[in-house]
Design a binder for this molecule. Structure first.
Ligand code: 4NP
Length: 157
């Protein structure tokens, strides 16, 4: 059975499009592209249609990830289309939770921190108002969490 994973942040131009591409790359490396699909969305629609922030695209490209996603807001149909909705921080978790059409849909929502290893971060920090280092921290967290997420999904299968 196909597993469909949606990553969600606020603007869908920094954290979640990076998570999407990192995860897609790991899935491809493991030869699982026909079993696991991924997408991303934002809870704020102000950047809809835009490519990822140039600072994030640059930082991701330096690690070999090409971000081609165009931002889009999350919609209630996403709860039907995806098996897991993985959210970058508590603020967005609450927003996504309020959108869930049913209790069962609410159980599809996870926090990215559930897949962190040893770190003092309890969420993926918003890098939008940060310097270069903020983007590197986000990519470090996402790379590790995506590995663990994929491990969990493949153990389940
Ligand atoms: P993201 O970052 O949620 O990781 O895409 C942000 C992008 C845009 C804004 C905030 C955070 N903004 O305020 O426009």
């Amino acid at each position: 059975m196909k597993q469909r994973i949606l990553f969600v942040c606020l603007g869908n131009i920094c954290r979640s499009p990076a998570a999407e591409e990192i995860f897609r790359t790991l899935v491809a490396r493991r030869g699982l592209t026909d079993r696991i699909t991924t997408d991303s969305a934002g809870t704020y629609s102000g950047h809809a249609g835009e490519l990822a922030d140039p600072r994030m695209r640059r930082a991701a490209a330096a690690r070999g990830y090409e971000l081609t996603h165009h931002a889009r807001p999350i919609r209630s149909a996403d709860f039907e289309r995806f098996d897991r909705i993985i959210v970058m921080d508590d603020y967005n978790y609450e927003t996504v939770h309020r959108l869930a059409p049913s209790r069962a849909d609410g159980e599809k929502i996870y926090r990215m921190r559930e897949f962190f290893g040893q770190t003092h971060y309890s969420y993926v920090p918003d890098p939008y108002y940060e310097g270069h280092e903020g983007f590197e921290i986000v990519l470090d967290l996402l790379e590790e969490a995506c590995e663990r997420l994929l491990e969990e999904l493949t153990e389940q299968a």
